[in-house]
Design a protein around this ligand. Structure first.
Ligand code: ADP
Ligand code: MG
Length: 245
């Protein structure tokens, strides 16, 4: 883990219209660090990680990703989007494209990679998530767990330096959660910088360097996982943990 931060967020404030959704968020993430964010529904977790790749704009404060400041400069936004992979709750695969085409689309069109090279790379990533033999299928022909593993492989095909996960297992049937978490654990072991919104506390305990608890648009508490779970400080954290554990 190097000392230079890969994500630096200072005094971030965001509003949706009149609604003040994020309050004075400060967050620094070092290269290789794994952060788990948890908190009640509506606390601003998705909004926060969507700000990091500018799927949402913020109004106040600074977000600096790998030295690039997120502002209205479209060049910066493009650059940050190429460096950050994002995996969503509902997979967001293109239904009319095969698994392989889902994975090669951005490398071919955004990175201008030759098609055969993109396919070779995609098959390597699909192999790593154990989906290679399904590469000709369409998303609708696969289980949720398989689709989510494709979504992870698709992100990795852009060679991101940071991976953002927004509740990647919360739409899955219980028996499929492990196969997705296993892929995420592998990625973590390989040294990927990761921010994961998840309530999978087993995952948080194994993988996270820090767990962050958000409520009503604020970071209420953060700690290394052992302390966070065994010795929560705030009443709001205690209440939340009592509801999910
Ligand atoms: P979480 O991911 O923790 O459930 P979100 O970031 O999705 O929370 O939402 C935080 C709050 O912002 C919620 O009250 C939600 O209703 C509101 N919100 C989210 N997206 C929008 C939007 N596009 N426009 C207006 N309000 C939104
Ligand atoms: Mg959310």
């Amino acid at each position: 883990m190097s000392e230079s931060p890969v994500i630096e967020i200072n005094k971030l404030n965001k509003w949706y219209g009149q609604f003040h959704v994020l309050h004075d968020i400060d967050l620094t993430v070092k290269r290789g660090e794994k952060i788990v964010i948890c908190g009640p529904s509506g606390s601003g977790k998705s909004t926060l990680i969507r700000c990091i790749n500018r799927l949402e704009v913020h109004q106040e404060g600074d977000i600096i990703v790998d030295g690039i400041t997120l502002n209205d400069d479209l060049k910066n936004i493009d650059q940050v989007r190429q460096e950050t992979g994002m995996v969503f709750q509902h997979f967001n695969l293109f239904p009319h494209l095969t698994v392989l085409e889902n994975c090669t689309l951005a490398p071919i069109w955004v990175k201008k990679m030759p098609k055969d090279e993109a396919e070779k790379m995609a098959l390597e990533y699909l192999d790593r998530v154990q989906i290679k033999e399904h590469s000709h299928k369409y998303p609708g022909q696969m289980s949720g767990g398989q689709q989510q593993r494709v979504a992870i492989a698709r992100s990795l095909c852009m060679n991101p330096r940071i991976m953002l996960f927004d509740e990647p297992t919360s739409a899955l049937d219980p028996e499929m959660i492990k196969e997705v978490l296993d892929v995420m654990v592998e990625l973590a072991k390989e040294g990927m910088t990761m921010i994961c919104v998840t309530h999978e506390m087993g995952f948080a305990k194994t993988v996270a360097d820090r767990v962050i608890f958000m409520d009503e648009g604020e970071i209420i508490e953060e700690n290394e996982p052992h302390e966070f779970f065994d010795n929560p400080q705030s009443d709001r954290t205690k209440l939340f943990l009592s509801q999910i554990l």
